[in-house]
Write a protein that binds this ligand. Structure first.
Ligand code: NDP
Length: 398
């Protein structure tokens, strides 16, 4: 039986992860569930999975969780230890009894805990791509130093991980990540300025958290995935390509040097890569409906338009620049996306904020996770000032 900590249990990946665990009660037990603020859902998960520990973002949320556990009649003796904040996340990730950590908190809030799990040599099912975007070199150094197993849950990287099992690293010519293209893949540039948060949140093929959905609409998410792939598979950025594939059924392709291309194909359901990350190197019964090959199907592939989606290009440039550039990219984007979702800036202004933040924050070489978090804080500060200036400018224009 494997013992797990699920970081981000109330999110899209977290709930899909618990659904995979639900299918194999004999195979898994939950040590800790960690969430941000959704106490209603966390209380239900506690009642069902009976973890030893539960963690939320703040002390005030912890009090709400107590009320909620009482409201749904979970008897006190069955309550887990209730904690809040980052040091509790770190403790739950590195607890000796934990075999596997699912890293599914959104943003750098999950970075330290994920890093600690790696430093304890655990298996980490990595959904939280910001961990590698912000601190790729440090995390991968720790993976080799402590013998941790980093298994990607992101569907494209999970697909690539499967294709890469067929050959040797030196035989790989390039890795190709597919992108659905998001809801605006055919929208002309001038119309993108008028896009609303509601429109941007309508992803054509995946149901995910808000930030990743907006990042998918700008193709920033694909840029993050390029960076994530470079770190996970030890590839230089010019060996990682992106291709638009609106059907989202082929998740990744690996082209070997003899010209042979292997593709990973499965239904668009995150439970498949989650289960793979838990059971690797074995394969268990499908946690999702299998694809039907009796129906005719059409698969399209075409190159992304980097003029209309410049954040993808920026991601390539940041990875090539190295150092802290990608950490700054992630922080600026997180601030800009939150401002867009809050109605403070327009869709195209997300790119402006990110580009200008990058031009104002000098690139450094972070030596520790604290350095990374400091660069993250500095970049957020710059991005917030730029957002405030844009709001003033827009107010004056109006
Ligand atoms: P969601 O927004 O749906 O979930 C985020 C989770 O993080 C929630 O459980 C949230 O808690 C929790 N959280 C946020 N802040 C904190 C905090 N300070 N402390 C503890 N927990 C916190 O995101 P997704 O599940 O969509 O994505 C999670 C990660 O996985 C992201 O990095 C994303 O890029 C990546 N990913 C997601 C995919 C998907 O299909 N959804 C696919 C591939 C990668 P609460 O809701 O309770 O506040």
């Amino acid at each position: 039986m494997k013992t797990l900590t699920v970081l981000g249990s109330t999110g899209s990946i977290g709930t899909h992860s618990l659904d995979v665990l639900r299918r194999d009660r004999e195979g898994y037990q939950v040590y800790a569930l960690a969430a941000g603020r959704n106490t209603d859902l966390l209380a239900t998960q506690i009642a069902e999975f009976r973890p030893a520990v539960a963690i939320v973002a703040t002390d005030e949320v912890r009090s709400r969780l107590c009320e909620q556990l009482t409201a749904i009649n979970v008897p006190k003796p069955r309550w887990p230890e209730l904690h809040w904040g980052n040091s509790a996340l770190v403790a739950a990730a590195r607890a000796p009894q934990v075999d596997v950590v699912i890293s599914a908190i959104v943003g750098v809030a999950g970075l330290e805990a994920t890093f600690e799990a790696v430093c304890r040599g655990k298996r980490v099912g990595l959904a939280n791509k910001e961990v590698l975007v912000a601190a790729g070199r440090l995390v991968m150094d720790a993976v080799s130093r402590y013998g941790a197993e980093l298994l990607p849950i992101d569907s494209e990287h999970n697909g690539a991980h499967q294709c890469l099992r067929a050959g040797k690293p030196e035989e790989v010519h390039k890795l190709i990540l597919t992108a659905s293209g998001g809801p605006f893949r055919n929208t002309p540039w001038p119309d993108l300025a008028l896009v609303t948060p509601q429109q941007a949140l309508q992803h054509p093929t995946w149901r995910m958290g808000d930030r990743i959905t907006i990042d998918s609409a700008t193709l920033m998410n694909k840029g993050f995935e390029v960076i994530e792939a470079c770190w996970l598979f030890g590839l230089p950025v010019h060996q990682v390509e992106v291709v638009i594939h609106p059907q989202s059924t082929v998740h990744a392709l690996v082209e070997y040097k003899d010209g042979s291309v292997l593709a990973q194909v499965c239904a668009t359901d995150m439970r498949m890569p989650i289960q793979y990350a838990l059971t690797y190197p074995d394969r268990f019964e499908a946690p999702v409906p299998k694809l039907s090959w009796a129906d005719a199907r059409k698969w399209e592939f075409y190159p992304p338009d980097l003029e209309r989606f410049p954040l993808l290009k920026l991601a390539y440039e940041c990875q090539a620049a190295g150092g802290s550039a990608t950490c700054c990219l992630n922080a600026a984007d997180e601030v800009a996306v939150a401002a867009f979702l809050g109605g403070k800036i327009g869709f195209l202004t997300i790119y402006e904020i990110v580009r200008e933040t990058l031009s104002k924050v000098p690139v450094r070489r972070p030596e520790t996770i604290s350095d990374v978090l400091e660069i993250d804080r500095q970049s957020r500060g710059v991005a917030r000032e730029l957002v405030a200036a844009r709001m003033n400018r827009d107010a004056v224009t109006a």
